[in-house]
Design a protein around this ligand. Structure first.
Ligand SMILES: C[S@@+](CC[C@H](N)C(=O)[O-])C[C@H]1O[C@@H](n2cnc3c(N)ncnc32)[C@H](O)[C@@H]1O
Length: 295
């Protein structure tokens, strides 16, 4: 039928019909093209959905993927939008929601923020209980922490110390040290903790002379993982460990400290115990390693 009408140009109506006919032809051409490209579009959408799903599964089950996603993608976007660092947001949340002078309330508020709003690399509530237990067993008087960050573990440790204890914590990022100072002051434990600003590798050799440390009863390793082994060797070389000194290392599975684990477990001067747990605020497996110096 179309062919007959389209071929006719006897009058204007026929001309109009001819035009509308060629319009119908274009529409059907477009429809044909769309139908032809439909499988391509479908495969693109399916692939994108598959990638999103894969990323979601990876982020949920793989500690590294989850940390990279939180620290690199989410955090950078949120910092840009809010013109504020994540650590400032954590501090502000504490200032607005925790009870001044109550360390437990500060810890609970940080845990709430980091489990519900933004992930952060504090030792966290689950591994925090292991830390508490070891501190209660050890009853240390002279303590060192490597890696202060926002002061979560510093507050956690300080709240369990007896008044005569000395606790030093080392942080090389000035912005984090400033946040930690305010966090510690708000928690009311400022008289029990001293933040030393600078790299651990510079400060450890100065501990004896500059900071009047004889030996350490307890060391919490929670800075960058590639420093765990060299800093343990530095502590040994500078005579900062005594028989019975306890080293507790966080994150020995994720991000992991394989060199340190190999070194400490194969060293007969240390007795090691592993404490399985999970990465802070995640369901991914992690562990802490306790190493007691036996002399
Ligand atoms: C995992 S966070 C510490 C978390 C903290 N202990 C807590 O549980 O609340 C690691 C911190 O170590 C600091 N850091 C890493 N390497 C360091 C080094 N060599 N000397 C001093 N600070 C270091 C980082 O800037 C970061 O703030």
């Amino acid at each position: 039928m179309n062919g007959i009408v389209c071929g006719s140009d006897l009058n204007s109506k026929a001309g109009e019909e001819s035009q509308s006919c060629s319009g119908t032809g274009r529409t059907s051409d477009i429809r044909t093209e769309m139908l032809e490209s439909y499988p391509i579009l479908l495969s693109i959408v399916t692939s994108l959905l598959f990638i999103v799903l894969l990323l979601a599964v990876l982020i949920r089950n793989n500690g590294w993927a989850a940390i990279l996603w939180n620290e690199i993608v989410l955090q950078k976007i949120t910092n840009f939008i809010m013109a504020q660092s994540k650590e400032e947001r954590i501090l502000n949340f504490v200032l607005q929601n925790a009870v001044r002078g109550d360390p437990q309330s500060v810890l609970d508020t940080i845990d709430k923020y980091c489990s519900q709003k933004e992930w952060a690399m504090n030792v966290g509530d689950e591994k925090g209980l292991i830390l508490d237990k070891i501190l209660e067993e050890t009853k240390p008087s002279v303590l060192l922490e490597l890696g202060t960050y926002c002061g979560y573990s510093a507050v956690r440790i300080a709240r369990l110390l007896n008044p005569s204890a000395r606790f030093l914590t080392i942080e090389f990022n000035p912005a984090f040290a400033a946040i930690a100072r305010q966090m510690i002051e708000f928690a009311g434990v400022q008289d029990k903790v001293k933040i030393l600003e600078g790299p651990s590798e510079t400060i450890i050799p100065q501990l004896k002379k500059k900071h009047e440390v004889d030996t350490l009863d307890f060391v919490f390793l929670d800075h960058w993982k590639d420093r765990y082994m060299p800093d343990t060797i530095l502590l040994l070389d500078h005579g900062l460990l005594r028989k019975g000194s306890v080293i507790l290392a966080d994150n020995v599975i994720v991000p992991g400290a394989p060199e340190f684990i190999k070194y400490i477990r194969n060293n007969n001067r240390f007795e090691c115990t592993n404490y399985p747990a999970h990465v802070e605020y995640m369901k991914v497996k992690d562990a802490m390693e306790k190493a007691v110096f036996v002399g």
